[in-house]
Design a protein around this ligand. Structure first.
Ligand SMILES: Nc1ncnc2c1ncn2[C@@H]1O[C@@H]2COP(=O)(O)O[C@H]2[C@H]1O
Length: 143
């Protein structure tokens, strides 16, 4: 299985609930390693740019408003099969459909405020990591 990197965002609702550590613990327990991490408060332009693929969707304005409503934690996660593993840990986009024990089942109530984001493919992961992190801010694990 391939060593991959993926982008994870702990969204403003989850940061407000003070569950950053609980969420990070799920990733680490599953064998994913944090190779980049920072807290940010996105500007409208940063949020619009990150979610540009959704700009024609009816929920776009609400999504940008939500993602700029408070700080977020962005992380580059590394591990075997990291993209799929992250998505499995997160659960379905809509928390009402998320499997028991997943982050969205445990920490989110609505599809609009669903606690976490994760890249959906290796290609989008590379783009999304580069959106938030410079090369120097992603640190290969050397031990
Ligand atoms: N109908 C919808 N389909 C997909 N995403 C939605 C929808 N409504 C709101 N969203 C939000 O838009 C976000 C886009 O990507 P995320 O994985 O961050 O999580 C998604 C949801 O929080």
């Amino acid at each position: 299985m391939a060593l991959e990197r993926t982008l994870s965002i702990i969204k403003p609702d989850a940061v407000a609930k003070n569950v950053i550590g609980a969420i990070v613990n799920r990733f680490e327990t599953a064998g994913l390693r944090i190779v980049g991490q920072k807290m940010m408060h996105l500007s409208k332009e940063q949020a619009e740019g990150f979610y540009a693929e959704h700009k024609e969707r009816p929920f776009f304005a609400a999504l940008v408003e939500f993602m700029t409503s408070g700080p977020i934690v962005v992380m580059a996660l590394e591990g075997e099969d990291a993209v799929r593993k992250n998505r499995e840990i997160m659960g379905a986009t809509n928390p009402q459909e998320a499997a028991a024990g997943t982050l969205r089942a445990d920490f989110a109530e609505t599809i609009d405020e669903n606690a976490v984001h994760g890249s959906d493919a290796v290609e989008s992961a590379a783009r999304e990591i580069a959106y938030f992190f410079s090369d120097e801010e992603v640190c290969a694990r050397t031990r």
